[in-house]
Write a protein that binds this ligand. Structure first.
Ligand code: SF4
Length: 343
């Protein structure tokens, strides 16, 4: 193992000092590891009884409009610098970035970015928002936290996109450094998670969503939909019902169209009919803001006031027009406060 790769990790316990057995406590898998064993995510490894992060500093970078992240109520129409870290604690059949989420860290080419340097890239790009996402940032917990901390001190706004399957203690810590979290829900029960992602627990992810909201951090949620056993209109209705009744009907819910990728390359994209049926069920369950993604220029990508129906933000695949909403997030027509971060 190249020592350059290693950064001592946090969130682990020594189980047997003599046998050098430790337990990673970052996510609920709580992998028990002997010397030279990697966890399920492949990003963390026991070396001589200490846990090391193998992905600290490895990242790909992109600059885009924030709408590309399918997060629509957080600094709309802003430039966002995205950091895509490596590896993931889940292995979802439909993962669109399996080339970075399922690698052996020893095979990653390219240089490592210390947190100070990564944060400076974000600032120099003129981006308002720094995003950690696209794969699963939290298996690189220490680097994401260290980078977010510096970027926040420099007044950037931080968005974390995660599957949410992490333990409460590290999650509470990361919430101190982020302004918004987008949770990507993969299924509505544990069978869905096991079948499509190799593990996970929806009850746990529900607790994490509540934790984020109660902490006062902006929350948005997405759900992938497909005819072939990967969530449907009933799942969309059930998730919307949970959000509306147990968190808030204002949480934006993003319905994602599946695109052929990774282990489902042979599937057709989700039909427009199913996406629209799922949208209808989610709205009927009482959610105020629901969006369809993956169908270019679909009208259900706009934001309207839930009280008076005024069109507030109009979106196409390439543009966002902020029309009738004030900088403090109120509908210009009826003054209703909208769940949105504008400044
Ligand atoms: S973060 Fe990785 S090593 Fe740690 S418990 Fe989760 S899967 Fe296992």
């Amino acid at each position: 193992m190249n020592a350059e790769l290693l950064h001592e990790a946090e969130y682990y316990q020594v189980i047997d000092e003599e046998q050098q057995i430790i337990k990673c406590t970052l996510c609920p898998f709580e992998c028990e590891l002997g010397h030279k064993e990697k966890g399920k995510c492949k990003a963390r490894m026991n070396i001589s009884g200490k846990l090391y992060s193998l992905t600290y500093g490895f990242t790909k970078m992109q600059i885009n409009r924030i709408e590309k992240q399918h997060v629509l109520h957080f600094f709309p129409n802003s430039r966002a610098q995205t950091f895509m870290t490596y590896n993931c604690n889940l292995d979802c059949v439909f993962c669109p970035v399996s080339d970075i989420s399922q690698v052996e860290p020893e095979t990653i080419s390219g240089k490592k970015y210390p947190p100070e340097q990564a944060a400076m890239f974000g600032l120099a790009s003129g981006s308002r928002v720094m995003v950690f996402g696209d794969s699963e940032p939290l298996v690189s917990f220490e680097w994401v936290r260290d980078t977010a901390k510096i970027a926040k001190e420099k007044k950037m706004k931080i968005l974390l996109r995660t599957n949410g399957y992490f333990n409460e203690e590290p999650f509470k810590e990361i919430l101190e450094y982020v302004d918004a979290v987008a949770i990507e829900v993969k299924g509505l029960d544990n069978d869905d998670y096991l079948r499509n992602c190799g593990g996970g627990n929806f009850e746990h992810i529900k607790k994490i969503m509540k934790l984020i909201y109660e902490h006062g951090t902006h929350l948005e949620v997405s759900l992938i939909i497909h005819e072939k056993n990967i969530n449907n209109e009933i799942s969309a209705g059930a998730l919307a019902h949970f959000l509306a009744t147990e968190i808030s009907p204002d949480i934006p819910l993003h319905l994602e169209r599946l695109k052929p990728a990774y282990k489902v390359k042979d599937l057709q994209p989700t039909s427009k009919d199913l996406m629209e049926e799922a949208f209808k069920m989610a709205k009927e369950a009482g959610i105020n803001f629901c969006y369809i993604h993956g169908i270019p220029d679909h009208p259900e990508n706009n934001t309207s006031c839930p009280k008076c129906g005024q069109l507030l933000i109009k979106r196409s695949s390439t543009t966002t027009e902020v029309l009738r909403i004030s900088l403090d997030g109120r509908c210009n027509n009826c003054q209703t406060e909208i769940y949105i971060v504008m400044k």
